[in-house]
Design a protein around this ligand. Structure first.
Ligand code: CFM
Length: 537
């Protein structure tokens, strides 16, 4: 069932007029007649609306820094911030020879009222000393939470002193929760610091093996990164570093030697990809390892980039072997999924990435969107020059980099690169909107009111989002599959991931549970009324 402008109008009419005016710009019906319509994104959520977004600290410490296993990540703030970014994202990591893994720990200065009044710098200093004494990490990060910025603790000065005292790298991140309109600001803050202080600081001058790549924007949720690495290594690639799932400070320092950067999640890491290209000459390729077709396309694009007969043959052999192995299993599960519909609303990339996997199972995504992506994640990178920076985006300093005089290397002739850009998405991401079908809905920063309204209107068979909305949806009698942490499952990337996803989703459909649930609105009518904006009724 397609939504019409009239349906949308009725939905908007239930909102106060100011909210209506704002939300209209964040919701589109895909209409092929209008070429690439503009959507509003990366702007403030209206206070009082229940959004699914996180904060800048979540994006910096929780998303980008947290998965790096050999650094100790200290949260300077009250205990809640550290507690809620401890383990719930399910970014996995294992210990390797000479690389420690601190990922199961949560480090917090546990600020109390007295620290807020008298300052928390001493406490932070003492904590760094304790961490060094007990764990001897090679590097430490300090992430600021809201009160730290409000009281003015100078975490940069504390970090500088600690670095001198202990002789290890100590990086401070001013990623107070309020630094941006969402976690996206935190990604940017983390990316800038890594480009400036970590990447390219290692000793290696040349790649240690042929076909060396970095995998960017892969966070190993539920083991996704491990599945991708399994496939890449099988084909013959050498993975220099992963940013940042199961990643390490040690490996990131030598990321400059790779011949190609793969970008899985464009939103969270495109800044690093761009800056590495400018500084070290490494092109970046947009890949998507979610879904069989997308995985195959990504592998073939990589083979085109390296242009090596043996690598291409091996790519095709691995693809043929894997497809022959997994497709018959997926086909069985797909029988339970035919002609179903899905909502796919995730953070800044998965709202797009999972649509192909759903389609392969026979499920059409009729509503999709992102919590905090920017316009380019919807409309494609071509529109970047037309994005007007606002006060919130200006909050994060843009890092200026230049070609490194010693380590910049052209990976191929500019002519060949230009020719390749015509064929594969090098330095390019066309965004989600092009892949949406006619009449389907694109929503930015979907809120809980809209979630319920769209569910009533479109009656999807499955809802994919996160922990903040899944239980409401399940109470409505609709299976919900979290696409942030994958609930307790995964990996969902690559060939094995597609099998897991097919199994989990079809299990959701096959469960008799849903027949025992009567949607609450069937028993008692939802509250109804009209907006009183004038205050005179
Ligand atoms: Fe990138 Fe992510 Fe995502 Fe993201 Fe996230 Fe995540 Fe996400 Mo949750 S980095 S933008 S900030 S793919 S934690 S692993 S699932 S919202 S769509």
């Amino acid at each position: 069932m397609a939504v019409t402008e009239k349906d949308l109008q009725e939905l908007f009419e239930k909102m106060p007029s100011k909210v209506q005016k704002n939300r209209r710009k964040h919701i589109l019906i895909k209409n092929g007649e209008i070429e690439n319509p503009e959507i509003e994104a990366n702007t403030r959520t209206i206070p009082g609306i229940i959004t699914n977004r996180g904060c800048a600290y979540a994006g910096c410490k929780g998303v980008v820094l947290g998965p790096i296993k050999d650094m100790v990540h200290i949260t300077h703030g009250p205990i809640g911030c550290a507690y809620y970014t401890w383990g719930t994202r399910r970014n996995k990591a294992k210990r390797e020879d000479n690389i420690k893994n601190f990922i199961n720990y949560s480090f917090s200065t546990d600020m109390q009222e007295s620290d807020i009044v008298f300052g928390g710098e001493k406490k932070l200093t003492a904590m760094i000393d304790e961490v060094v004494e007990i764990l001897q990490p090679k590097a430490i990060t300090i992430s600021a939470t809201c009160p730290v910025g409000l009281i003015g603790d100078d975490i940069n000065a504390v970090a500088r002193e600690a670095q001198k005292r202990h002789g290890i790298q100590v990086l401070a991140f001013s990623c107070e929760g309020y630094k941006g309109v969402s976690q996206s600001a935190g990604h940017h803050i983390a990316n800038n610091s890594f480009v400036e202080h970590v990447i390219g600081k290692g000793e290696q001058e040349e790649a240690p093996a042929k076909f060396s790549i970095n995998l960017l924007g892969e966070y190993n949720i539920g083991g996704d990164g491990w599945e991708v690495e399994r496939i890449l290594k099988d084909i013959g690639y050498h993975v220099v570093s992963v940013m940042t799932g199961d990643g390490s400070w040690e490996q990131m320092r030598n990321a400059h030697v790779a011949e190609l950067n793969l970008v899985q999640c464009h939103r969270s890491i495109n800044y690093i990809a761009e800056k590495i290209e400018t500084k070290y000459g490494t092109p970046w390729l947009k890949v998507n390892f979610v879904g069989i077709e997308s995985t195959i396309k990504s592998l073939r694009d990589m083979a085109l980039y390296f242009d090596d007969a043996e690598l291409t043959a091996r790519t095709e052999a691995v693809i043929a072997r894997e497809v022959a192995r997994v497709q018959p299993i997926i086909d069985q599960y797909a029988k339970l999924c035919q002609n179903k519909t899905a909502f796919c609303f995730v953070g800044g990339s998965r709202g797009h990435h999972f649509q192909g996997l759903f389609r392969e199972l026979g499920i059409e995504t009729i509503l999709a969107g992102y919590e905090f992506a920017h316009r380019d994640d919807y409309e494609g990178r071509d529109i970047i020059p037309s994005i007007k920076p606002d006060a919130d985006s200006k909050n994060i300093p843009d890092l200026h980099v230049e070609a490194d005089p010693k380590r910049f290397r052209l990976k191929m002739s500019p002519e060949k690169l230009a020719e390749l850009k015509q064929r594969i998405p090098l330095s390019d991401y066309p965004g989600m909107n092009v892949d949406m079908k006619e009449g389907h809905i694109i929503v930015d920063d979907l809120n809980h009111f809209e979630t319920e309204e769209f569910i009533k209107l479109l009656k999807p068979d499955i809802f994919s989002s996160g922990i903040k909305d899944k239980y409401v949806v399940q109470k409505m009698g609709i299976p919900a599959k979290q696409l942030h942490s994958y609930d307790y499952s995964g990996p969902y990337a690559g060939f094995n991931g597609a099998v897991n996803f097919a199994r989990d989703v079809s299990m959701g459909f096959a469960s008799p549970t849903w027949n025992f649930i009567t949607p609450p609105w069937k028993n008692s009518p939802a509250l109804s009324g009209e907006m009183n904006e004038g205050g005179d009724k």
